[in-house]
Design a protein around this ligand. Structure first.
Ligand code: G1P
Length: 306
């Protein structure tokens, strides 16, 4: 059965971007001129997932509105004959059928995923975390879905990270030999997982990045998963249980080791890097921005403005 549903957790408080996120959801912060969340919904849509469930919280009305039609604005642009902008505001509403559900309390990523249980039903589904943007030139999710179709069970995206960053991620123990090298990225069997370990306890530097192709079996496991790291219910802990049970003829968990371009928009500096990089690569504004950037750097950057 082809996977058609994507779940996008978007209930976080966005404290790292305060005060910008006091009244504006962090998912709505622009990456160049599009809200971060739109890139993620586009990725889901490109991967064939046309049913998107946003797991939101009470302060996220703007996110829900963004994927809804805006009749007044459309009429105004139509009157002006501004078809380019008209297309751009309409495209967010035609990418997918966007649903939303509230996560009443911030009980963790695992709990957010569990909120999607009734909508997803008994089908495999994808989870995309909004803080991770995957460059569309390096498609990852379609490959993960292909691995899931081939091996069953669940598939997570992994990426090698520098040692000093392992404590910020879920970290995997994998079989040394890949189970497949057919795609663009290597696929490995997951043996164990640990959420945000201190460096000394990290079994590897293979970090979970925010893309998952999950089996519906995860829901039952999440229902009985106690709060873990940070006092929150963790997807990593539930996947660990699935990976362990796989030894006794349960469903496998595989990892696809991504080597493409990924932008972390959850951290201020990384967010700015993503904006600058993507803006510099844009047809319409890239050249002008890059020329200015070169000049600014050549002149000594902040030293010149002091
Ligand atoms: C979550 C997951 C973590 C994963 C990370 C990827 O953490 O719990 O396992 O490595 O996303 O971005 P968060 O960043 O939401 O704290």
């Amino acid at each position: 059965m082809p996977v058609t549903k994507a779940v996008i957790p978007a209930a976080g408080l966005g404290t790292r971007f305060l005060p910008a996120t006091k009244a504006v959801p962090k998912e709505m912060l622009p990456v160049v001129d599009k809200p971060a969340i739109e890139y993620v919904v586009e990725e889901a849509s490109r991967s064939g997932l046309r049913d998107v469930l946003l797991v939101t919280s009470r302060s996220k009305k703007a996110v829900e509105d963004h994927f809804d039609r805006e009749a007044e604005l459309e009429a105004a642009l139509e009157r002006k004959g501004d078809t380019r902008r008209l297309e751009r505001i309409r495209s967010s509403t035609s990418l997918a059928e966007v649903h939303s559900i509230r996560q009443g309390a911030p009980r963790g990523l695992g709990h957010a995923v569990l909120c999607a249980a009734a909508h997803v039903g008994n089908e495999p589904f994808a989870v995309l975390l909004g803080d991770d943007l995957i460059d569309e030139r390096d498609p990852l999710l379609p490959e993960m879905l292909a691995v899931q179709a081939r091996f069953g069970g669940s598939v997570i995206a992994l990426m090698e990270v520098p040692e000093e960053m392992v404590s910020m991620y879920g970290i995997a123990t994998v079989d040394p030999e890949p189970v497949s090298t057919d795609g663009r990225y290597r696929t490995v069997r997951i043996r164990d997982l640990v959420e945000k370990p201190p460096l000394a306890e990290a079994p590897s530097n293979l970090a979970i990045i925010g893309r998952y192709a999950l089996s519906p079996a995860i829901f039952d496991v999440l229902r009985r998963t106690p709060p873990g790291r940070g006092g929150e219910i963790q997807v990593t802990d539930a996947l660990r249980e699935l990976a362990m049970a796989a030894d006794d003829a349960g469903e496998p968990v595989h990892g696809v080791i991504f080597t493409g371009r990924r932008y972390d928009t959850g951290d201020r500096v990384d967010y700015l890097k993503a904006v600058i990089r993507l803006a510099c690569e844009r047809q319409d504004i890239g050249q002008e921005l890059y020329a200015w950037l070169e000049e600014y750097v050549a002149a000594g950057g902040p030293k010149a403005s002091a």
